[in-house]
Design a protein around this ligand. Structure first.
Ligand code: ARG
Length: 456
Protein backbone atom coordinates (compact mmCIF):
# COMPACT_ATOMS: atom_id res chain seq x y z
CA UNK A 1 0.00 0.00 0.00
CA UNK A 2 1.27 3.46 -0.91
CA UNK A 3 1.91 5.67 2.06
CA UNK A 4 -0.16 8.84 2.22
CA UNK A 5 3.06 10.74 2.46
CA UNK A 6 4.70 8.80 -0.42
CA UNK A 7 4.82 11.83 -2.76
CA UNK A 8 8.18 13.06 -1.57
CA UNK A 9 9.91 9.69 -1.75
CA UNK A 10 11.32 7.70 -4.65
CA UNK A 11 11.78 4.42 -2.76
CA UNK A 12 9.37 2.46 -0.56
CA UNK A 13 10.03 2.06 3.13
CA UNK A 14 12.04 -1.03 4.07
CA UNK A 15 9.71 -3.83 5.27
CA UNK A 16 11.33 -4.21 8.69
CA UNK A 17 11.38 -0.44 9.16
CA UNK A 18 7.75 -0.25 8.08
CA UNK A 19 6.71 -2.81 10.71
CA UNK A 20 8.81 -1.03 13.29
CA UNK A 21 7.20 2.29 12.49
CA UNK A 22 3.65 1.03 12.34
CA UNK A 23 1.28 1.34 15.29
CA UNK A 24 -1.94 -0.01 13.81
CA UNK A 25 -1.64 -3.31 15.67
CA UNK A 26 -2.15 -1.50 18.95
CA UNK A 27 -3.68 1.91 18.22
CA UNK A 28 -6.60 0.22 16.43
CA UNK A 29 -8.01 0.12 19.97
CA UNK A 30 -8.84 3.82 19.56
CA UNK A 31 -10.95 3.42 16.41
CA UNK A 32 -14.10 4.68 18.11
CA UNK A 33 -12.44 7.79 19.45
CA UNK A 34 -10.67 8.43 16.13
CA UNK A 35 -13.93 8.31 14.20
CA UNK A 36 -15.75 10.34 16.84
CA UNK A 37 -13.07 13.05 16.52
CA UNK A 38 -13.24 12.99 12.74
CA UNK A 39 -17.00 13.39 12.73
CA UNK A 40 -16.71 16.47 14.95
CA UNK A 41 -13.91 17.81 12.74
CA UNK A 42 -15.96 17.34 9.54
CA UNK A 43 -18.94 19.05 11.20
CA UNK A 44 -16.79 22.03 12.12
CA UNK A 45 -15.13 22.24 8.67
CA UNK A 46 -18.48 22.76 6.97
CA UNK A 47 -19.84 25.06 9.69
CA UNK A 48 -16.80 27.26 9.04
CA UNK A 49 -17.26 26.96 5.26
CA UNK A 50 -13.89 25.25 4.86
CA UNK A 51 -15.56 22.34 3.08
CA UNK A 52 -19.07 22.18 1.64
CA UNK A 53 -22.07 21.04 3.65
CA UNK A 54 -22.59 18.25 1.14
CA UNK A 55 -19.03 16.94 1.44
CA UNK A 56 -19.26 17.09 5.20
CA UNK A 57 -22.44 15.04 5.22
CA UNK A 58 -20.96 12.47 2.84
CA UNK A 59 -17.87 12.20 5.05
CA UNK A 60 -19.89 11.86 8.24
CA UNK A 61 -22.18 9.21 6.73
CA UNK A 62 -19.21 7.22 5.53
CA UNK A 63 -17.42 7.55 8.88
CA UNK A 64 -20.53 6.31 10.66
CA UNK A 65 -20.66 3.39 8.22
CA UNK A 66 -17.02 2.54 8.94
CA UNK A 67 -17.69 2.63 12.67
CA UNK A 68 -20.72 0.38 12.33
CA UNK A 69 -18.85 -2.09 10.12
CA UNK A 70 -15.96 -2.24 12.56
CA UNK A 71 -18.32 -2.78 15.51
CA UNK A 72 -20.11 -5.55 13.68
CA UNK A 73 -16.91 -7.19 12.50
CA UNK A 74 -17.77 -6.56 8.84
CA UNK A 75 -14.63 -4.53 8.31
CA UNK A 76 -11.16 -5.71 9.27
CA UNK A 77 -8.27 -3.45 10.17
CA UNK A 78 -5.68 -3.26 7.43
CA UNK A 79 -2.42 -4.11 9.13
CA UNK A 80 -0.54 -2.41 6.30
CA UNK A 81 -1.95 0.94 7.33
CA UNK A 82 0.60 2.88 9.36
CA UNK A 83 -1.74 3.71 12.18
CA UNK A 84 -5.43 3.99 13.05
CA UNK A 85 -5.66 7.52 11.67
CA UNK A 86 -4.29 6.47 8.26
CA UNK A 87 -6.50 3.41 8.25
CA UNK A 88 -9.74 5.33 8.82
CA UNK A 89 -8.80 7.98 6.27
CA UNK A 90 -7.84 5.51 3.57
CA UNK A 91 -10.99 3.43 4.18
CA UNK A 92 -12.98 6.66 3.92
CA UNK A 93 -11.36 7.53 0.60
CA UNK A 94 -11.96 3.98 -0.62
CA UNK A 95 -15.64 4.45 0.10
CA UNK A 96 -16.31 8.01 -1.07
CA UNK A 97 -13.34 8.91 -3.26
CA UNK A 98 -11.93 12.42 -3.42
CA UNK A 99 -14.44 13.79 -0.96
CA UNK A 100 -12.79 11.68 1.76
CA UNK A 101 -9.51 13.39 1.02
CA UNK A 102 -10.96 16.68 2.26
CA UNK A 103 -11.30 15.47 5.86
CA UNK A 104 -7.67 16.06 6.79
CA UNK A 105 -7.91 19.80 6.03
CA UNK A 106 -6.80 21.96 8.97
CA UNK A 107 -5.72 18.92 10.96
CA UNK A 108 -2.60 16.81 11.52
CA UNK A 109 -2.11 13.37 12.94
CA UNK A 110 -0.33 15.12 15.76
CA UNK A 111 -3.43 16.85 17.09
CA UNK A 112 -5.52 13.88 16.03
CA UNK A 113 -3.58 11.44 18.18
CA UNK A 114 -3.42 13.89 21.08
CA UNK A 115 -7.20 14.10 20.84
CA UNK A 116 -7.80 10.36 20.50
CA UNK A 117 -5.78 9.50 23.60
CA UNK A 118 -7.66 12.06 25.65
CA UNK A 119 -11.01 10.70 24.49
CA UNK A 120 -9.82 7.15 25.08
CA UNK A 121 -8.57 7.89 28.58
CA UNK A 122 -11.74 9.76 29.42
CA UNK A 123 -13.82 6.70 28.48
CA UNK A 124 -11.50 4.31 30.30
CA UNK A 125 -11.41 6.49 33.40
CA UNK A 126 -15.21 6.49 33.61
CA UNK A 127 -15.23 2.71 33.34
CA UNK A 128 -12.49 2.30 35.93
CA UNK A 129 -14.30 4.63 38.35
CA UNK A 130 -17.46 2.59 37.99
CA UNK A 131 -15.48 -0.62 38.65
CA UNK A 132 -13.94 0.94 41.76
CA UNK A 133 -17.44 1.82 42.93
CA UNK A 134 -18.43 -1.82 42.55
CA UNK A 135 -15.48 -2.75 44.74
CA UNK A 136 -16.47 -0.17 47.33
CA UNK A 137 -19.97 -1.70 47.31
CA UNK A 138 -18.48 -5.14 47.99
CA UNK A 139 -16.43 -3.74 50.86
CA UNK A 140 -19.52 -1.93 52.16
CA UNK A 141 -21.49 -5.18 52.17
CA UNK A 142 -18.83 -7.09 54.11
CA UNK A 143 -18.30 -4.18 56.49
CA UNK A 144 -22.04 -3.87 57.26
CA UNK A 145 -22.11 -7.55 58.17
CA UNK A 146 -19.10 -7.22 60.45
CA UNK A 147 -19.63 -4.04 62.44
CA UNK A 148 -19.06 -5.90 65.72
CA UNK A 149 -16.77 -8.70 64.56
CA UNK A 150 -13.73 -8.50 66.81
CA UNK A 151 -10.38 -9.17 65.15
CA UNK A 152 -6.83 -8.35 66.13
CA UNK A 153 -5.56 -5.13 64.59
CA UNK A 154 -1.88 -5.42 63.66
CA UNK A 155 1.22 -3.29 63.59
CA UNK A 156 4.47 -4.85 62.34
CA UNK A 157 2.19 -7.83 61.57
CA UNK A 158 2.14 -8.42 65.33
CA UNK A 159 -1.19 -8.46 67.13
CA UNK A 160 -1.67 -4.96 68.49
CA UNK A 161 -5.17 -3.98 69.64
CA UNK A 162 -8.66 -5.37 69.15
CA UNK A 163 -10.64 -3.74 66.36
CA UNK A 164 -13.84 -4.49 64.51
CA UNK A 165 -13.33 -6.22 61.18
CA UNK A 166 -15.59 -3.61 59.55
CA UNK A 167 -13.15 -0.91 60.68
CA UNK A 168 -10.29 -2.67 58.94
CA UNK A 169 -12.28 -3.15 55.72
CA UNK A 170 -13.50 0.44 55.71
CA UNK A 171 -9.91 1.67 55.75
CA UNK A 172 -9.67 0.25 52.22
CA UNK A 173 -12.96 1.87 51.22
CA UNK A 174 -11.48 5.27 52.18
CA UNK A 175 -8.41 4.58 50.03
CA UNK A 176 -10.47 3.60 47.02
CA UNK A 177 -12.66 6.68 47.44
CA UNK A 178 -9.52 8.83 47.24
CA UNK A 179 -8.45 6.85 44.17
CA UNK A 180 -11.69 7.90 42.48
CA UNK A 181 -10.92 11.51 43.42
CA UNK A 182 -7.42 11.25 41.95
CA UNK A 183 -8.77 9.92 38.65
CA UNK A 184 -11.48 12.58 38.52
CA UNK A 185 -8.96 15.34 39.20
CA UNK A 186 -6.70 14.15 36.41
CA UNK A 187 -9.60 13.90 33.98
CA UNK A 188 -10.59 17.46 34.87
CA UNK A 189 -7.15 18.74 33.86
CA UNK A 190 -7.04 16.53 30.77
CA UNK A 191 -10.45 17.51 29.46
CA UNK A 192 -9.33 20.27 27.06
CA UNK A 193 -9.35 19.66 23.35
CA UNK A 194 -6.06 19.82 21.44
CA UNK A 195 -7.86 19.38 18.10
CA UNK A 196 -7.03 22.23 15.75
CA UNK A 197 -3.49 22.61 17.09
CA UNK A 198 -2.60 20.85 13.82
CA UNK A 199 1.03 19.83 13.34
CA UNK A 200 2.32 22.24 15.99
CA UNK A 201 1.68 25.85 15.02
CA UNK A 202 -2.05 26.06 14.37
CA UNK A 203 -3.55 26.64 10.95
CA UNK A 204 -4.29 29.32 8.38
CA UNK A 205 -7.87 28.06 7.95
CA UNK A 206 -10.67 29.87 9.81
CA UNK A 207 -11.42 26.94 12.11
CA UNK A 208 -13.55 26.96 15.23
CA UNK A 209 -11.77 24.90 17.85
CA UNK A 210 -14.33 25.64 20.51
CA UNK A 211 -16.98 24.07 18.36
CA UNK A 212 -15.20 20.72 18.06
CA UNK A 213 -14.33 20.89 21.75
CA UNK A 214 -17.98 21.33 22.63
CA UNK A 215 -19.13 18.60 20.25
CA UNK A 216 -16.69 16.21 21.90
CA UNK A 217 -17.67 17.07 25.46
CA UNK A 218 -14.51 18.97 26.43
CA UNK A 219 -14.49 21.79 28.97
CA UNK A 220 -12.53 24.01 26.59
CA UNK A 221 -9.52 24.04 24.28
CA UNK A 222 -5.79 23.84 24.95
CA UNK A 223 -4.50 27.41 24.65
CA UNK A 224 -1.09 26.70 23.16
CA UNK A 225 -0.88 24.59 20.02
CA UNK A 226 2.61 23.31 20.82
CA UNK A 227 1.51 22.22 24.27
CA UNK A 228 -1.63 20.69 22.77
CA UNK A 229 0.32 18.24 20.61
CA UNK A 230 3.44 17.78 22.74
CA UNK A 231 2.53 16.97 26.28
CA UNK A 232 1.34 13.73 27.72
CA UNK A 233 1.32 14.85 31.34
CA UNK A 234 -2.30 13.74 31.56
CA UNK A 235 -1.14 10.21 30.75
CA UNK A 236 1.43 10.40 33.53
CA UNK A 237 -1.19 11.63 36.00
CA UNK A 238 -3.72 8.99 35.14
CA UNK A 239 -1.18 6.20 35.03
CA UNK A 240 0.01 7.31 38.42
CA UNK A 241 -3.57 7.26 39.71
CA UNK A 242 -3.98 3.76 38.26
CA UNK A 243 -0.69 2.67 39.85
CA UNK A 244 -2.04 3.92 43.18
CA UNK A 245 -5.23 1.90 42.70
CA UNK A 246 -3.02 -1.14 42.09
CA UNK A 247 -0.93 -0.38 45.18
CA UNK A 248 -4.11 -0.41 47.27
CA UNK A 249 -5.38 -3.54 45.60
CA UNK A 250 -2.03 -5.17 46.15
CA UNK A 251 -1.97 -4.45 49.89
CA UNK A 252 -5.52 -5.73 50.17
CA UNK A 253 -4.50 -8.83 48.19
CA UNK A 254 -1.63 -9.46 50.53
CA UNK A 255 -4.04 -9.45 53.47
CA UNK A 256 -6.51 -11.71 51.71
CA UNK A 257 -3.66 -14.14 51.04
CA UNK A 258 -2.60 -14.07 54.68
CA UNK A 259 -6.14 -14.28 56.02
CA UNK A 260 -6.99 -17.28 53.88
CA UNK A 261 -3.89 -19.22 54.99
CA UNK A 262 -4.17 -22.09 57.50
CA UNK A 263 -2.21 -19.97 59.94
CA UNK A 264 -4.89 -17.26 60.04
CA UNK A 265 -8.07 -18.80 58.63
CA UNK A 266 -9.89 -15.49 59.05
CA UNK A 267 -11.61 -15.76 55.70
CA UNK A 268 -12.48 -18.45 53.23
CA UNK A 269 -12.53 -17.45 49.60
CA UNK A 270 -15.32 -18.77 47.44
CA UNK A 271 -14.44 -21.74 45.24
CA UNK A 272 -15.09 -19.61 42.15
CA UNK A 273 -12.14 -17.39 43.07
CA UNK A 274 -9.59 -19.99 44.15
CA UNK A 275 -7.63 -22.71 42.41
CA UNK A 276 -6.29 -26.13 43.32
CA UNK A 277 -2.88 -27.69 43.00
CA UNK A 278 -1.98 -30.27 40.35
CA UNK A 279 -0.18 -32.37 42.96
CA UNK A 280 -1.39 -31.44 46.46
CA UNK A 281 -5.05 -32.41 46.80
CA UNK A 282 -5.62 -30.34 49.91
CA UNK A 283 -4.64 -26.99 48.37
CA UNK A 284 -6.99 -24.08 47.83
CA UNK A 285 -4.89 -21.26 46.51
CA UNK A 286 -5.74 -17.54 46.45
CA UNK A 287 -4.44 -17.15 42.88
CA UNK A 288 -6.63 -14.16 42.03
CA UNK A 289 -5.27 -12.11 44.91
CA UNK A 290 -1.72 -13.20 44.10
CA UNK A 291 -2.14 -12.23 40.45
CA UNK A 292 -3.51 -8.82 41.40
CA UNK A 293 -0.48 -8.36 43.66
CA UNK A 294 1.79 -9.50 40.83
CA UNK A 295 0.19 -7.38 38.13
CA UNK A 296 0.81 -4.29 40.21
CA UNK A 297 4.38 -4.48 38.93
CA UNK A 298 3.44 -3.92 35.31
CA UNK A 299 1.22 -0.94 36.11
CA UNK A 300 4.09 0.66 38.06
CA UNK A 301 6.37 -0.21 35.13
CA UNK A 302 4.08 1.46 32.62
CA UNK A 303 4.15 4.68 34.61
CA UNK A 304 7.94 4.60 34.71
CA UNK A 305 8.08 3.86 30.97
CA UNK A 306 5.82 6.84 30.23
CA UNK A 307 7.88 9.22 32.34
CA UNK A 308 11.07 8.00 30.72
CA UNK A 309 9.73 8.30 27.17
CA UNK A 310 8.86 11.93 27.83
CA UNK A 311 11.93 13.03 29.72
CA UNK A 312 14.27 13.88 26.86
CA UNK A 313 12.11 14.80 23.92
CA UNK A 314 12.18 18.34 22.56
CA UNK A 315 8.97 20.13 21.59
CA UNK A 316 6.84 19.49 19.64
CA UNK A 317 5.77 16.03 18.39
CA UNK A 318 8.37 13.27 18.17
CA UNK A 319 7.76 9.70 17.18
CA UNK A 320 8.90 8.57 20.64
CA UNK A 321 5.44 9.58 21.74
CA UNK A 322 3.90 6.67 19.87
CA UNK A 323 5.29 4.62 22.75
CA UNK A 324 2.69 6.13 25.08
CA UNK A 325 -0.14 3.97 23.84
CA UNK A 326 0.87 0.42 24.70
CA UNK A 327 1.73 1.52 28.22
CA UNK A 328 -1.59 3.33 28.64
CA UNK A 329 -3.61 0.50 27.17
CA UNK A 330 -1.89 -2.05 29.36
CA UNK A 331 -2.43 -0.02 32.53
CA UNK A 332 -6.12 0.47 31.77
CA UNK A 333 -6.68 -3.16 30.82
CA UNK A 334 -4.80 -4.46 33.84
CA UNK A 335 -6.62 -2.26 36.34
CA UNK A 336 -9.98 -3.21 34.83
CA UNK A 337 -9.21 -6.94 34.80
CA UNK A 338 -8.00 -6.85 38.39
CA UNK A 339 -11.05 -4.96 39.64
CA UNK A 340 -13.39 -7.31 37.78
CA UNK A 341 -12.17 -10.35 39.71
CA UNK A 342 -11.25 -8.65 42.95
CA UNK A 343 -14.69 -7.19 43.74
CA UNK A 344 -16.70 -10.42 43.49
CA UNK A 345 -13.91 -12.22 45.33
CA UNK A 346 -14.38 -9.82 48.26
CA UNK A 347 -18.14 -9.93 48.02
CA UNK A 348 -18.31 -13.73 48.17
CA UNK A 349 -15.61 -14.37 50.76
CA UNK A 350 -16.81 -16.02 53.97
CA UNK A 351 -15.70 -14.31 57.17
CA UNK A 352 -14.74 -16.67 60.01
CA UNK A 353 -15.82 -14.57 62.98
CA UNK A 354 -14.98 -17.40 65.41
CA UNK A 355 -11.38 -17.59 64.19
CA UNK A 356 -11.01 -13.84 64.33
CA UNK A 357 -12.29 -13.75 67.89
CA UNK A 358 -10.04 -16.63 68.93
CA UNK A 359 -7.02 -14.86 67.46
CA UNK A 360 -7.99 -11.70 69.29
CA UNK A 361 -7.99 -13.70 72.53
CA UNK A 362 -4.34 -14.63 72.12
CA UNK A 363 -1.47 -12.22 71.96
CA UNK A 364 -2.44 -9.90 74.83
CA UNK A 365 -4.00 -7.32 72.54
CA UNK A 366 -5.94 -5.92 75.50
CA UNK A 367 -2.73 -5.10 77.39
CA UNK A 368 -3.06 -1.39 76.51
CA UNK A 369 -6.54 -1.42 78.04
CA UNK A 370 -5.21 -3.05 81.22
CA UNK A 371 -2.63 -0.27 81.50
CA UNK A 372 -5.38 2.32 80.88
CA UNK A 373 -7.32 0.69 83.75
CA UNK A 374 -4.50 1.56 86.15
CA UNK A 375 -4.25 5.06 84.66
CA UNK A 376 -7.92 5.59 85.44
CA UNK A 377 -7.09 4.65 89.03
CA UNK A 378 -4.71 7.60 89.06
CA UNK A 379 -1.40 6.00 88.06
CA UNK A 380 0.95 7.61 85.51
CA UNK A 381 0.78 5.81 82.14
CA UNK A 382 4.47 4.85 82.10
CA UNK A 383 4.20 3.17 85.50
CA UNK A 384 1.04 1.33 84.50
CA UNK A 385 2.70 0.31 81.23
CA UNK A 386 5.61 -1.21 83.16
CA UNK A 387 3.39 -3.16 85.54
CA UNK A 388 1.33 -4.59 82.68
CA UNK A 389 4.53 -5.53 80.86
CA UNK A 390 5.53 -7.60 83.90
CA UNK A 391 2.10 -9.22 84.05
CA UNK A 392 2.32 -10.17 80.36
CA UNK A 393 5.76 -11.62 81.03
CA UNK A 394 4.34 -13.84 83.79
CA UNK A 395 1.46 -14.97 81.52
CA UNK A 396 3.87 -15.88 78.69
CA UNK A 397 6.08 -17.83 81.08
CA UNK A 398 3.14 -19.72 82.61
CA UNK A 399 1.03 -20.14 79.46
CA UNK A 400 -1.78 -17.94 80.83
CA UNK A 401 -3.78 -15.03 79.40
CA UNK A 402 -4.86 -11.73 80.96
CA UNK A 403 -8.39 -13.13 81.21
CA UNK A 404 -7.36 -16.32 83.07
CA UNK A 405 -5.12 -14.64 85.66
CA UNK A 406 -6.91 -14.54 89.07
CA UNK A 407 -7.54 -11.33 90.95
CA UNK A 408 -5.16 -12.61 93.62
CA UNK A 409 -2.41 -12.91 91.03
CA UNK A 410 -3.17 -9.39 89.76
CA UNK A 411 -2.98 -8.01 93.27
CA UNK A 412 0.52 -9.40 93.65
CA UNK A 413 1.52 -6.84 91.00
CA UNK A 414 -0.65 -3.93 92.08
CA UNK A 415 -3.23 -3.48 94.76
CA UNK A 416 -5.29 -1.11 92.59
CA UNK A 417 -6.61 -4.10 90.62
CA UNK A 418 -10.23 -4.97 91.43
CA UNK A 419 -12.85 -7.35 90.01
CA UNK A 420 -13.99 -4.73 87.43
CA UNK A 421 -10.68 -5.12 85.55
CA UNK A 422 -12.11 -8.16 83.72
CA UNK A 423 -14.86 -6.08 82.10
CA UNK A 424 -12.25 -3.52 81.18
CA UNK A 425 -10.19 -6.05 79.21
CA UNK A 426 -13.15 -7.78 77.55
CA UNK A 427 -12.18 -7.74 73.87
CA UNK A 428 -15.42 -6.41 72.44
CA UNK A 429 -15.54 -3.80 75.17
CA UNK A 430 -11.95 -2.79 74.35
CA UNK A 431 -12.93 -2.07 70.74
CA UNK A 432 -16.20 -0.42 71.79
CA UNK A 433 -14.33 1.98 74.06
CA UNK A 434 -12.32 3.45 71.19
CA UNK A 435 -14.83 6.27 70.88
CA UNK A 436 -12.52 8.94 69.46
CA UNK A 437 -13.62 10.17 66.02
CA UNK A 438 -12.53 7.71 63.36
CA UNK A 439 -11.90 5.03 66.00
CA UNK A 440 -13.06 1.44 65.89
CA UNK A 441 -16.24 1.73 68.01
CA UNK A 442 -19.55 0.78 66.39
CA UNK A 443 -20.76 4.38 66.41
CA UNK A 444 -17.78 5.49 64.35
CA UNK A 445 -18.18 2.53 62.00
CA UNK A 446 -21.77 3.52 61.36
CA UNK A 447 -20.64 7.03 60.46
CA UNK A 448 -18.06 5.61 58.09
CA UNK A 449 -20.64 3.37 56.46
CA UNK A 450 -22.88 6.39 55.88
CA UNK A 451 -20.01 8.21 54.18
CA UNK A 452 -18.94 5.25 52.06
CA UNK A 453 -22.53 4.69 50.92
CA UNK A 454 -22.32 7.92 48.91
CA UNK A 455 -19.81 6.28 46.59
CA UNK A 456 -21.69 3.15 45.58
N1 ARG B 1 0.94 6.86 15.25
C1 ARG B 1 1.37 8.13 15.66
C2 ARG B 1 1.47 8.18 17.18
O1 ARG B 1 0.92 7.35 17.80
C3 ARG B 1 0.43 9.19 15.21
C4 ARG B 1 1.02 10.53 15.05
C5 ARG B 1 1.98 10.51 13.91
N2 ARG B 1 2.47 11.81 13.57
C6 ARG B 1 3.56 11.98 12.83
N3 ARG B 1 3.89 13.16 12.58
N4 ARG B 1 4.24 10.97 12.38
O2 ARG B 1 2.10 9.00 17.75
Amino acid sequence: MDKMWAGRFSKALDKEADDFNSSIHFDKKMYRQDIQGSIAHATMLSACSIISQEDSETIIDALSGILEDLEEGKLEFDMNAEDIHMFVESELTKRIGDCGKRLHTARSRNDQVALDIRLYLRDESAEIISLIKTLIAAIYKQASENTDTVVPGYTHLQRAQPIMFAHHLLAYAMMFIRDIGRIEDSVKRMNYSPLGSCALAGTTYPTNRNMTAKLLGFDGITLNSIDGVSDRDFCVELMSAFATVMMHLSRFSEEIILWSSWEFKFVELDDSYTTGSSIMPQKKNPDMAELVRGKTGRVYGNLMAMLTVLKGIPLAYNKDMQEDKEAIFDSCETVKKCLRVFSPMIETMAVRKDKMYAAAGEGFINATDLADYLVKKGQPFRAAYKTVGQIVGKCVAEGKTLETLTLGEYKEFDNDFEEDLYAEIDLRNCAEKRISEGGTCVESIKKQLEYVKNYI
